[in-house]
Design a protein around this ligand. Structure first.
Ligand code: PAF
Length: 282
């Protein structure tokens, strides 16, 4: 696997692969890779001939009080995992390479509708930062397909909408969340948890499963379910940020009669904010 740090080198390497008639897949990441990322890279390899990954901790998508400075940077271990997963090219730019004219005057991409509410409400500017960097990365790599995790369900909806609305010639593939044995969704942020918090964390997915069961069993008072889910999280020692039942394609609040649902939640354990979701069909 070749690692490049500049857009020029990236474009040259992708052009060579294209010249050989290869189909290009892209997996953007912020590094600190775990099995969930490995699954994305493996999926990319099944669907294309040449797999490009990026590792870039994008300052534009972090709020002023978030974990940008302490976000784990583990390049050597990440490179090893990428090689094992079958990645051909890693793009690992510095901030100055991605934002050579500074971040303040940078053109931004905003995706109304699906960016609003949920994480968009708790993290103002976050999805604009994500949409902007993903647009830039897509323009740099120009992949045929790009693979994202379903764990970031709202992010995936934002990216699908962005690609549709801006006519980007890239197919977006969502890959199911990889979980620990006790149900906790793998996340780079799990590494911030103390042993005690790690033991409490599976309550997030457990609560989502209980609510999904109740809905499958006929419960349609979504407001009541949301309140009882949050109470359940609090009782398990988590501090709920949001817990909402939504229609899973438009991401609007669920209504009786909807067939495709997703329950999305974010909760704090200490300073660590975990998110998870459970999508299902009735
Ligand atoms: O999901 C992530 O790791 C990031 O939000 C992404 C898509 C790489 C953009 O920085």
């Amino acid at each position: 696997m070749n690692t490049v740090k500049t857009v020029l080198e990236l474009r040259a390497a992708v052009a060579r692969a294209r010249g050989e008639g290869k189909r290009i897949a892209f997996v953007p990441t912020m590094g600190n890779l775990h099995q969930g990322h490995v699954a994305l890279v493996e999926k990319a390899g099944q669907r294309a001939d040449f797999v490009v990954a990026s590792i870039f901790v994008n300052p534009l998508q972090f709020g002023p009080n978030e974990d940008l400075a302490k976000y784990p940077r583990t390049l050597a271990a990440d490179q090893e995992k990428l090689v094992g997963a079958g990645c051909h090219l890693l793009f690992h730019p510095e901030v100055e390479e991605m934002y050579p004219h500074g971040q303040d005057g940078q053109t931004r991409v905003s995706v109304p509708g699906v960016s609003e509410g949920l994480c968009g409400a708790s993290r103002p500017g976050h999805f604009e930062g994500v949409a902007t960097v993903v647009t830039k990365l897509f323009n740099m790599v120009q992949p045929d397909i790009a693979v994202f995790g379903e764990k970031d369900f709202q992010q995936l909806a934002v990216i699908r909408t962005l690609v549709r609305d801006l006519n980007m010639p890239v197919q977006i593939i969502g890959e199911p969340t990889v979980r620990a044995e006790d149900g906790l969704a793998l996340s780079s942020r799990n590494g911030y948890l103390s042993a005690e918090q790690r033991a409490q964390a599976p309550a997030l997915y457990r609560t989502l499963r209980q609510l999904a069961e109740a809905i499958r069993g006929g419960e349609r008072d979504f407001a009541k379910l949301q309140e009882s889910g949050k109470a359940e999280l609090s009782a398990a020692g988590l501090r709920p940020d949001y817990l909402e039942v939504r229609e899973s394609t438009a991401l609007r609040p669920a209504r009786d009669g909807d067939q495709q649902l997703v329950i999305l939640a974010a909760a704090f354990l200490g300073n660590t904010r975990l998110i998870d979701n459970l999508a299902f069909e009735l």
